[in-house]
Design a protein around this ligand. Structure first.
Ligand SMILES: CC(=O)[C@](C)(O)C(=O)O
Length: 302
């Protein structure tokens, strides 16, 4: 049994006519009929009932038809992916945080590498807050970033995963933790202004936090401004202050045990994490194929 045989069977099960299928497939009627017959012999079951007037699917034929449809679709898709990928060669440059390399990029790269073996990925890590700027000056093709409230119209954004933004404090007993626990952080009147805050230097999450401070009428005490959420989580874990970070970064990093969440009266909006690229760059078939693989990888997991 081969794919061609399955295609012949599917055609006859659609047209319910050997002669119409023979025209459709550019084969002789006897070749179509032989092909179905050989399939039936191989399976030891009758798939099509024929009499002089008409052709009908048997119950076994109906079952086999759904298998044949799946097998043919699967084959066509795989062939398309392999041939598309084999034809493409070149480089795609990516910019993202260390956390994003293993939590977001690794499943994408796994399928991309097998479907596009000729394409090389150049990966650079750094503060995700710089991603958009770097794309706009043409330094990279694609970045993993949080979605800004206002996206520059020259950029496209593909959302892949949502992550809650979490306020965190040191998990071990220390002065900062005691200071938080002295009051009720989930109450509106909690004194946030006296806590040493470790905040992102700039970027989407810094903007979110500034808005939050403003809407809650809090004048924060900024203890440190750092690049990258991993550094915030590490500093909080060391007992230096309280901070914010996407839950994904806390969970994926090595300090998850050393920080704990601070309950809040009003939470920050969730961060939409995804791929960002200049619209112009997306017209490059290499970049577009990476984008498409990312979309289908995450469509399966979300
Ligand atoms: C925005 C982003 O890339 C992450 C994974 O959330 C991060 O590293 O902060």
């Amino acid at each position: 049994m081969d794919i061609k045989t399955l295609q012949v069977f599917l055609s006859v099960s659609d047209t319910l006519s050997f002669s119409r299928s023979s025209e459709q497939l550019h084969m002789s009627v006897s070749a179509v009929s032989r092909s179905v017959q050989r399939l039936e012999e191989e399976l030891g079951r009758l798939l099509l009932e024929r009499d002089n007037r008409r052709v009908r699917l048997t119950p076994a034929g109906r079952d086999f038809r759904s298998y044949a449809q799946r097998a043919v679709e699967d084959w066509l898709r795989t062939r398309r992916q392999l041939t598309d990928g084999a034809q493409l060669s070149g480089e795609v440059s990516l910019y993202c945080s260390v956390t994003a390399t293993y939590s977001i990029l690794s499943p994408i790269l796994e399928s991309f590498r097998s479907s596009h073996p000729g394409v090389e990925i150049l990966l650079h890590t750094g503060d995700p807050a710089d991603g958009i700027e770097k794309l706009l000056v043409g330094q990279y093709d694609v970045a993993v970033t949080g979605r800004p409230a206002q996206l520059n119209p020259r950029l496209a954004f593909l959302p892949l995963q949502e992550s809650a933004m979490v306020f965190c404090m040191p998990a071990a007993d220390c002065a900062v933790r005691r200071q938080v626990l002295e009051g009720d952080s989930s109450a509106r009147e909690f004194d946030w202004g006296s806590l040493p805050f470790i905040v992102p230097e700039r970027g989407v999450t810094r903007d979110m936090l500034d808005l939050w401070f403003e809407s809650c009428a809090i004048k924060p005490r900024i203890y440190a401004q750092v690049a990258g959420h991993e550094a915030i989580v590490a500093m909080v874990g060391l007992g230096l202050g309280v901070g914010i970070a996407p839950e994904l970064v806390i969970r994926a990093g090595g300090m998850a045990e050393r920080v704990s969440q601070i309950p809040v009266w009003e939470s920050l909006p969730a961060l939409s994490i995804g791929l960002c690229a200049p619209r112009k760059t997306l017209m490059d078939p290499l970049v577009k194929s990476f984008w498409d693989v990312a979309a289908s990888t995450f469509a399966r997991t979300v």
